[in-house]
Ligand binder design. Sequence first.
Ligand code: N0T
Length: 519
Amino acid sequence: LGLNAKTLRSQETLPHLEKRGEATQLIVDGQPFIMLSGELHNSSSSSLAYMEPSWPKLAAMSLNTVVTPISWELVEPTEGHYDFALIDGLLAQARQHHQRVVFLWLASWKNGESSYPPVWVKREAHRFPRAMRNGNPINTLSTLSPATLDADARAFTAVMQHLKEVDSKDHTVIMMQVENEVGILGDTRDHSAAANQAFNSTVPAELITYLKTHKDTLDPELRDLWVANGQKTSGTWAQVFGNTSRADEIFMAWNYARYVQTVAAKGKAAYPLPMYVNAWLAGENSTPGDYPSGGPQPRVIDIWKAAGSAIDIYAPDLYQPNFTWWSNRYHRPDNPLFIPETVGGAAGAANVFYAIGEHGALGFSPFAIDDFDEANKDLANSYSVLTPLLPIILEQQPKANVHGFLLDQTHPSVEFPINGYIAHVSLDQIFGYHSEKGFGLIAATGPDEFIGAGKGFRVSFTSRSSNPRVGIASIDEGKFESGKWIPGRRLNGDENDQGNYWRFDPRQIRTEKATVYQF
Ligand code: N0T
């Protein structure tokens, strides 16, 4: 209705998320896509001249996507007057270097504070009110101002409208982050008069309805809290969620979510790219306010979802040490994993195999990628190994035929079903080469055939029934060139422990193909 065939066609080919079998994939130009990415420092992309020498270096690190800020202050330096020259310049540079782009809309909030609104917003505190702490305004805009929401949403919509005009054919921009690490810092919630009044009012019916209808799939921490407080269906925030800072956090989550969902929805109405919100994660034993209170921690993702559906992904900025635990918390049937910020270096070089292999991560993006430091040679090496494997991974993900793992002394082994077999993966322990750490991924590529990549582990297979036994037919080291497998050495003898294990040398990341037989 009102959509002609041509508009429909171009909308179908816009970057979007699609459920394909067991996987949710990001579709770019009609094909599934995985972002091997990195995030620039906050201020790098404010200058095209500064960026110029970085692009070839980013491409040389085997990135296919760059995650980079754009800001409200530079897009709308005076009210109602938009400037898209920087955005256009970044798009031109990215295209020249064959990079896709994820734009970060740094606007009302960044890292819990409000340093990115234009100065005409910052100086008019009566019109665009601040959150309050101990009776004083803080450096954070309040979520409860319709005027601020309107102004932010108007600018974001103008950006999306512009992207539609300049990029709906090329699809250089494949996703948008809305705001950055929102939440109140240094306090559990906004204590402005408007916030106090809302906090002491009844919890909105839409939120209660969501809790009731999604009870079985709610994040367990949220469900337990609600149930422990008597599973109330009406009352103030403190009555329904208890008289602790947890209620304050849920209240802030709802208010940030309503605001950010509205900004995203208005932007999508102009140009519907996938959109996500990122979270500064709560460290162990921290309380709301130590980290931005109200941001999409796992325990309040459902609050965000209850407030709207314009946000497609809730994404962890994963600097915390327990990478697998946090990945599991964010990867839900209704939330694909995307890691917009994390550590690079040797840790990132290993984690990317796990995130993509085990969780079908849509993308992986270490922060400060434009340091171009020595440590990120490891990351670049992982990306160069993964790049030719992406088509295979993407093809096998819908069939749940891909697994990834991180092994160390406390988690030295893992096993999983894969295409009719059980794979037993453990740290490699052959003479001389005992590995302390191992990581990799395995994809089933045929009935008795597997491709693996990584280092420092070994694999054996059993049948899913107790008989028959499974033997290794062949192991080949190799690589893919233009989608074609080019075998290198045939690995046998010591290299596959006399036919007992599919081995991945602890010293270097390798790609290998294994075939098995049953007897
Ligand atoms: C990130 C970055 C940038 C284990 C900080 C991370 C980026 C923002 N914030 O380097 O400022 O724009 O999103 C917060 C990490 C919290 C501490 C984790 C301790």
